[in-house]
Design a protein around this ligand. Structure first.
Ligand code: TYM
Length: 332
């Protein structure tokens, strides 16, 4: 059976970009593939969280994974730092990754631009660690949002380079995956780019937030002063609202507002109110599940323990083979 790997950095609460870009695919894939879904806590160290924040963030994502419907009997759900084999393979793969290519990575350049005072080596070699997450389970498919596409391309490069260097056919070439035609990019509410935590509080709708918080953000989302001519293309910020509607509203509702827009009689207040209502219908059961899971320490402990065991079984087999391929042979 084909293997699948994907992860999310624990930086707080999950937003609907994480959900529709990644988790929605996980939920379906767990029934069709041998899946490894994890919490990328080592990755999150690039921004130096306090120990308490790190732990709480990991706990939150674990609860959110379970609350959205990941089933620990169907997939392997684990925490990255529970699998030391990942750090070992990271050391080996770093010997095979070059400064130039790492510096050219779009996400590295973006992080340097946003945080020029924290350009640490972990940030530079982030794509190597991410490649290792995938290669350590010798995965074929990686369900991610559009923003991760380049990282998956780099993963293929690193895997192929290893295969070439040692003249083996060991790592498969993983492909980014989505059940939709293209990889998903959920727009933010502030009108620029994808939804992200770094876009500020107002940019993202979080799965765990209350209805009032989410509705307020949606009602404040950026629009323009309204269409002046019939049947014109929508400006980005208005198209963003329609893109968000596509995630949670029914087709007839979207068509109604679309034809109102084309006829120049759209009321953005009504549009956003509809989006807020349908978003709440979608989020309410998930939020209830998150709150239940967060209170259930026994469930979280059981999930993390079982996941660590299953992930380590897979990763340690890969490392055994990798050590042999590299030439680390025992004298004793
Ligand atoms: P992260 O934690 O930023 O995001 C987790 C997942 O959510 C997707 N995503 C989005 N999709 C669509 N629209 C958006 N606005 C949006 N925002 C986030 C991301 O594409 C991602 O799939 N480096 C990764 C974590 C990672 C990983 C891995 C992923 C570490 N190792 C191995 C896959 C395989 C990251 O920072 O994602």
């Amino acid at each position: 059976m084909e293997r699948v790997v994907s992860g999310i950095r624990p930086t707080g609460k999950l937003h609907i970009g994480n959900y529709f870009g990644a988790v929605a695919n996980f939920l379906k894939m767990q029934h069709e593939y041998d899946c490894f879904f994890f919490i990328a806590d080592i990755h999150s160290l690039t921004t130096h969280p306090t120990p308490a924040d790190l732990h709480n963030n990991v706990k939150h994502v674990l609860a959110e994974y379970i609350a959205t419907g990941l089933d620990i009997d169907k997939c392997t759900l684990f925490i990255q730092s529970d699998v030391p084999e990942i750090s070992e393979l990271y050391t080996y793969m770093n010997m095979n990754a070059y400064l130039g290519e790492l510096e050219r990575s779009a996400s590295f350049k973006e992080k340097v631009r946003l945080n020029p005072d924290n350009v640490n080596a972990g940030l530079l070699t982030y794509p190597v660690l991410m490649a290792v997450d995938i290669l350590v389970h010798r995965a074929h498919k990686v369900p991610v949002g559009k923003d991760q596409e380049q990282h998956i391309e780099m993963t293929r490069q690193f895997g192929k380079r290893f295969n070439r260097l040692y003249n083996v056919d060991f790592f498969p070439e993983p492909q980014a995956f989505s059940y939709s035609n293209a990889l998903v990019k959920v727009p933010g509410l502030t009108g620029v780019g994808k939804m992200s935590k770094s876009g500020g509080e107002a940019d993202a709708i979080f799965l765990a937030d209350d209805e009032s918080v989410n509705s307020k953000k949606i009602m404040r989302a950026k629009t323009d002063e309204g269409p002046k001519k019939q049947n014109q293309p929508k400006p980005v910020e208005v198209q963003n609202i329609f893109d968000l509607m596509n995630l949670v509203c029914t087709q007839d509702v979207i068509e109604k507002f679309d034809s109102d827009y084309n006829a120049c009689n759209i009321r953005y207040g009504d549009l956003k109110k509809q989006l807020a209502q349908d978003m709440e219908v979608f989020l309410k059961p998930i939020r209830t599940n998150i709150n239940d899971a967060l209170k259930n320490d026994e469930l979280l402990a059981k999930a993390a323990k079982i996941g660590a065991e299953k992930a380590r079984a897979s990763a340690s087999q890969t490392l055994k083979d990798v050590r042999e391929i590299i030439g680390f042979r025992k004298f004793y």
